[in-house]
Ligand binder design. Structure first.
Ligand code: SF4
Length: 291
């Protein structure tokens, strides 16, 4: 049985960088506190907790002798200041792609322009970005919500990094109709999610079974599952190698593997090793029967 990994899988750049920054802080003996869960993966959070990392839900929980970590989604400038005032040290793991959106919003607001951010207003990334242009930013989910906005002055239009391109372009078009000048439209969508889906899609048509490793509540992992199912009916979402049932792999010659953007490499390696073990055992069994 061949085990084939998709061309793109697992940690995106921003999540990998955030985990590395936490590891570095731990290496210096720091008491590390992350504001919100660093990553949406139960197993990786458990591993970090075993190393002493704790998740806090508000800057008020930061003690003077702790290192506070801002996760990849970023925070508002107000929250950042509060962390800096309370913690011994702040590690800013905001993904550089998110920082770009924050800076664009901040600059446009400083110029007195409106800022339209297309995304989920309840998502931490959007709450952080809005904090950079508190009086000028309007967060809309899609084009239909643009109709409810006031007349917009020389607007900047940016997107949540994980948004679908179609949603962004439709919203940007709708902004044009409400603006007093041609809007500045900057596509700030990050390609990590799309790249993982494209890679999974192109592998799914060439395998007999497909395993997607990721949290059951991780939206990007669930999306990967549906992309794989379109081409490979024997596609399953698993969190750990223990969930693989060897019987499901009977007769499978090629098995695909991919992982959501919050799935650590060590977990992916465990799944690949388990699949290879099952493959070797089944080949051995077949050879014995043939003898
Ligand atoms: S999905 Fe993209 S923007 Fe978000 S953390 Fe990962 S690399 Fe950064």
């Amino acid at each position: 049985m061949q085990v084939l990994l998709a061309d793109e899988y697992g940690f995106c750049f921003g999540v990998e960088r955030a985990v590395q920054m936490v590891e570095e802080a731990l290496g210096h003996g720091a008491r590390v506190r992350t504001l919100g869960p660093l990553i949406h993966n139960t197993q990786e959070i458990a591993r970090l907790e075993a190393e002493g990392v704790r998740t806090i839900s508000s800057p008020a929980e930061v003690g003077a002798e702790t290192t506070a970590v801002i996760r990849a989604h970023g925070v508002t400038p107000g929250v950042q200041r509060e962390l800096e005032a309370r913690a011994e040290r702040v590690v800013d793991a905001t993904c550089p792609f998110v920082t770009k959106v924050q800076k664009l919003a901040e600059r446009a607001a400083a110029e007195g322009r409106d800022v339209v951010v297309v995304g989920n207003p309840d998502h931490p990334e959007m709450i952080g970005v809005k904090g950079y242009a508190p009086r000028n930013a309007h967060v809309v989910r899609d084009a239909s919500e643009v109709a409810g906005l006031p007349r917009l002055h020389a607007p900047l239009v940016v997107s949540q990094t994980t948004l679908k391109l179609k949603t962004f372009l439709e919203a940007a078009d709708a902004v044009r109709a409400r603006a007093d000048a041609e809007p500045q439209i900057v596509n700030t969508i990050c390609s990590a999610t799309r790249d993982r889906q494209d890679a999974a899609r192109s592998l799914a048509g060439h395998v007999d079974a497909f395993y997607i490793i990721g949290g059951r509540h991780s939206s990007n992992s669930i999306k990967l599952l549906s992309v794989c199912k379109e081409q490979c009916g024997r596609s399953s979402l698993i969190e750990t190698p223990d969930e693989i049932d060897a019987e499901d792999l009977r007769g499978a010659r090629r098995v695909g593997v991919t992982a959501g953007a919050s799935t650590p490499n060590w977990l992916i390696e465990q799944v690949v090793a388990r699949l290879k073990e099952i493959g070797a055992a089944q080949e051995e069994e077949e050879a014995t029967v043939a003898r």
